[in-house]
Design a binder for this molecule. Structure first.
Ligand code: CA
Length: 232
């Protein structure tokens, strides 16, 4: 049975575009144009995932999320404006599963939907350990190892690797990594992401002779895991 996705978005053009893309991908999709209708539909139990815009008439997206989370763990991906960093933080604190910043590419949205739906039954990484092949990153201990050999990373390198591992299989654009690892207010070298990717490669890829971090030309970076693809 196709997975059903609820789109809560008052900008009709965006909602319609996303709906068509989702239908094209084989999902079922339904739209709500304000927070009140969105909440009612989200609580109906008919959906597998909600795309929730934050700036909505009637009830804001965050208010919809707050009310929904009283009774439901339905996966929610927030659609946020570029300068709304506080919204993202409170959204994730309030139990959103992920967010995507407008304007987004449909490919990234579809990838985030796939990842969110896939991790739903296991509830993410309950042990706080992220893996890709022989590589493990332990979030609680703040440690990284490859095949049992410890890898010493700086705090920023660790955050960047964590971001890539948490989005394993999703190509992360430089902007997206910049925003998630360095934060919105970052002003400085624009090639900082490339520089840190190089640091990571020199400490992992080069040392262990593996192509861990792949460059997708003109798009960004991705950590893939072949075994992961076989299972899909
Ligand atoms: Ca809106």
């Amino acid at each position: 049975m196709p997975e059903r996705i609820l789109i809560v978005e008052d900008e009709e053009k965006i909602a319609r575009f996303v709906e068509l893309e989702l239908l094209h991908e084989g999902y079922e999709a339904e739209k709500a144009g304000n927070g009140r209708d969105g909440l009612e539909l989200a609580e109906s139990g008919r959906f597998d995932l909600v795309l929730l815009d934050i700036m909505l008439p009637d009830l804001s997206g965050l208010e919809v999320l707050r009310r929904l989370r009283k009774s439901s763990q339905l996966p929610v991906i927030l659609l946020t404006a570029r300068d709304a960093v506080a919204d993202k933080v409170s959204g994730l604190d309030m139990g959103a599963d992920d967010y995507i910043t407008k304007p987004f590419s449909i490919e990234e949205l579809l990838a985030r939907i796939r990842v969110t739906l896939r991790r739903r039954p296991q509830g993410g990484d309950p042990d706080g350990v992220l893996r890709a092949g022989e590589l493990t990153l332990d979030k609680k201990r703040h440690s990284v190892s490859y095949g049992g050999t410890a890898v010493a990373l700086t705090a920023r390198e660790f955050s960047l690797l964590q971001e890539l591992l948490e989005n394993k299989g999703i190509v992360m654009s430089r902007n997206s990594l910049l925003e998630r690892v360095w934060g919105y207010d970052y002003v400085g070298e624009t090639n900082i992401v490339e520089v840190y990717i190089r640091y990571l490669r020199s400490k992992i890829d080069d040392v262990f002779g593996i192509p861990l971090i792949q460059t997708i030309r003109g798009v960004g970076y991705v950590i893939k895991e072949d075994s992961d693809h076989d299972r899909e």
